[in-house]
Design a protein around this ligand. Structure first.
Ligand SMILES: *Cc1c(COP(=O)(O)O)cnc(C)c1O
Length: 375
């Protein structure tokens, strides 16, 4: 069986976790959390990065900092994970879904402006498969309409748009280090705060509504409950696990890109024969090979294809059921404009096995089997 995903593991995770245990410093914001935060800040040129318990909780923090009230609207794609939407529902907003572009499966930047009303407060671009949304256009719309931008960059660690790291372009960026992502700590994530004025609020929000972070830095004499908050600090044990992988981040990234490029080149003949379609990477985007997907002709063909890969013991899976058609999506939001691509394109998409250290032998078997199937 060739699995769809194998969580990354580089070998030094256990050594670092042992250090945490030996030092009896397993709570949040320990030495490894600090190392990870600083690494992420330097590498991605981010103002402030804080590890969190998940990508979802990073999104929660971002949504709370947008200071939304009942009736405020948030624009997002419907083709995304529930977490993108949940955070803004928790923060009290109404969801406004906009169609995606078929080439990248990202929000269609040309349809955002039509969805803006007097209640709109935030735009949430989701960088699907680690490929950037059209950020210059989105930031320009946000600026003209005075909206905040929260990047769901859960899949986009190491990806860039015009040289800028994804997650560092909007007001906030959210990364995930779930075991299905390129770098993992089991469950975990990070919030990137790109607008300095929110750093203090983020610390308070993450530390149960207290100014404990300022207290630890000696800025206040005692700490107090100053605003609403929650606990978004992960254990330093998880950070130690992640640190092992950040140390070799380029090796992991290059390995994944090699697999991605091998898939891509091998399937070009199927594309030329009109049998499948492949993802598009716009010129201004450098991606992180988070995902490799193909598109079949339609839902029927996809179902047949997935059944075949099951027979072959190759782990291929489809992705999101569009949120606007899900029970919670209907309850908390509406679709603006026409759903031209969201449903029809998501019906055709299949993800192929993609993980760090996918062997050449397995890769060849997958490519040969799929090529034979479509031929
Ligand atoms: C994985 C993912 C999340 C959630 O991250 P968790 O760490 O699992 O909470 C949110 N948005 C997108 C687009 C994701 O892929």
């Amino acid at each position: 069986m060739i699995p769809f995903n194998v969580p990354p593991f580089v070998g030094t995770e256990i050594k670092y976790m042992n250090e945490v245990v030996d030092n009896r410093k397993i709570c949040g914001d320990g030495p490894f959390t600090k190392k990870c935060n600083e690494w992420l800040e330097k590498r991605f040129n981010a103002k402030k990065v804080m590890l969190t318990t998940s990508g979802s909780s990073a999104l929660d923090m971002a949504a709370f900092m947008c200071d939304l009230k009942q009736g405020d609207e948030v624009i997002l794609p419907s083709f995304t994970f529930s977490s993108t939407a949940n955070s803004f529902v928790l923060a009290g907003a109404t969801l406004v879904f906009v169609d995606i572009r078929p080439d990248t499966m990202n929000i269609d930047e040309t349809k955002i402006e039509a969805a803006i009303t007097e209640h709109t407060k935030v735009i949430v671009p989701v960088h699907y498969a680690g490929v950037a949304c059209e950020m210059d256009t989105i930031m320009d719309i946000a600026k003209r309409h005075k909206l905040m931008v929260v990047e769901d960059a859960a899949q986009a660690v190491m990806s860039t748009y015009k040289g800028k790291a994804l997650g560092t372009i909007g007001d906030f960026g959210c990364y995930s280090f779930h075991e299905t992502k390129n770098y993992s700590m089991g469950e975990g994530g990070a919030i990137l705060i790109n607008n300095e004025k929110y750093i203090e609020r983020a610390e308070i929000l993450r530390e149960k509504g207290t100014n404990r972070s300022q207290f630890f830095r000696g800025q206040v004499a005692k700490y107090n409950w100053v605003d609403f908050g929650d606990s978004y600090l992960q254990s330093d044990l998880n950070a130690a696990y992640l640190w092992a992988q950040l140390e070799v981040a380029d090796e992991i990234n290059n390995d994944r890109l090699k697999t991605w490029n091998t898939y891509h080149d091998a399937f070009l003949t199927l594309v030329e024969r009109g049998l499948i379609e492949l993802p598009t990477i716009p010129d201004e985007c450098v991606h992180n090979a988070h995902m490799f997907y193909i598109k079949c002709k339609d839902l029927d063909e996809r179902t047949k294809f997935i059944n075949k890969t099951k027979e072959l013991d190759i782990g291929c899976v489809f992705h999101y059921i569009p949120l606007h058609s899900a029970p919670a999506g209907i309850k908390f939001g509406r679709f603006d404009g026409r759903d031209i691509y969201t449903t029809s394109e998501s019906d055709r998409l299949v993800r192929l096995p993609m993980y760090y250290k996918l062997s050449n032998k397995d890769l060849k078997f997958i490519i040969d089997s799929i090529t034979a199937y479509f031929s």
